[in-house]
Design a protein around this ligand. Structure first.
Ligand SMILES: Nc1ncnc2c1ncn2[C@@H]1O[C@H](COP(=O)(O)OP(=O)(O)O)[C@@H](O)[C@H]1O
Ligand SMILES: Cc1ncc(COP(=O)(O)O)c(N)n1
Length: 264
């Protein structure tokens, strides 16, 4: 982007993390870092730190709707991502509002926090399957989320293929092996493709999935083709993990960097 040019508008519909690692904090800093203007719709407020989620306050669905409507009525949104939606009603609302906008819709099906806290129940999982996956352009579950969504306990490529049969492209993230990570990309009706990159050995990975899906959303807003957008989002996420690799923040899984350090 050249200085002074109007940036693309990217919208996140997600929850807050009081510890500043995941959710809206991760999304807005990533949008900003990658040159997009971030709009944000808050679905839930979490009292959360690096060790746990202590409490969750879900906003009334009418307030979530009012925020979405305010943004859509005024700003030229180029792509949207969803994070923690918090209730089946919010999932249905988001599906309804974005089904006919003609925008890339990236769905990060947040069900469990890095700390292990459950952020979505069975009803929410059913709502994802019924309403939001059919509307999504790309869904970005990790292996646990893919298992919950498919109700199948298979390997990542099989789960990616199964999920892609429900409509969206799938990026099944985060198979961290010895020295490398493999994300599986599946398009409906095609063989899943593994994308492998360097793994950062760190305990500071709270907010990693949000950061990845936010970066992916910015690239899709700029109409970068999917495989290239996934590769660039993974490269960005890896650089941020490298930056915070040795940080000592919090007593649990520390945050992925949202600072602008020296990024190779
Ligand atoms: N230790 C790591 N080193 C490098 N990349 C990682 C590491 N952990 C996750 N990633 C990458 O970050 C992105 C988000 O993955 P993931 O950790 O599965 O998200 P989530 O927070 O939803 O579990 C993926 O591209 C994944 O490969
Ligand atoms: C508000 C909110 N949104 C998303 C996540 C998931 O992020 P992570 O998987 O890194 O814990 C989270 N913990 N809190």
């Amino acid at each position: 982007m050249t200085d002074g040019a109007t940036p693309p508008v990217v919208l996140t519909v997600a929850g807050t993390d009081s510890g500043g690692a995941a959710g809206i904090a991760a999304d807005l800093t990533t949008f900003s870092d990658l040159g997009a203007h971030g709009a944000s719709v808050v679905t839930a407020v979490t009292a959360q730190d690096t060790t746990s989620v202590r409490d969750i306050h879900r906003l009334p669905v009418a307030m979530v709707a009012a925020q979405i409507d305010a943004v859509l009525a005024d700003l030229p949104v180029a792509a949207v991502k969803t994070g923690m939606l918090g209730s089946a009603e919010a999932v249905a609302l988001v599906a309804d509002r974005f089904s006919d906008q003609g925008l890339p819709v990236v769905v990060d099906p947040v069900l469990v926090a890095t700390s292990g806290a459950v952020l979505g129940d069975d009803q929410l999982v059913r709502a994802y399957r019924r309403w939001l996956l059919p509307v999504a352009t790309v869904v970005t579950p990790n292996l646990d989320e893919a298992r919950v969504l498919t109700e199948v306990d298979g390997p990542p490529d099989v789960l990616a293929r199964l999920l892609a049969e429900t409509g969206p492209a799938v990026v099944l993230t985060g198979g961290v092996g010895s020295g490398s990570c493999t994300d599986w990309v599946a398009l409906p009706g095609e063989d899943p493709v593994p994308l492998t990159h360097h793994a950062v050995v760190t305990g500071n990975d709270h907010g990693t999935g949000c950061t990845f899906s936010a970066a992916l959303t910015v690239h899709l807003a700029r109409r970068v083709p999917l495989i290239s957008a996934v590769t660039r989002a993974a490269t960005y996420t890896t650089a941020k993990l490298r930056l915070s690799q040795h940080w000592e923040l919090g007593r649990g899984r520390g945050p992925i960097a949202h600072t602008r350090g020296e990024i190779a």
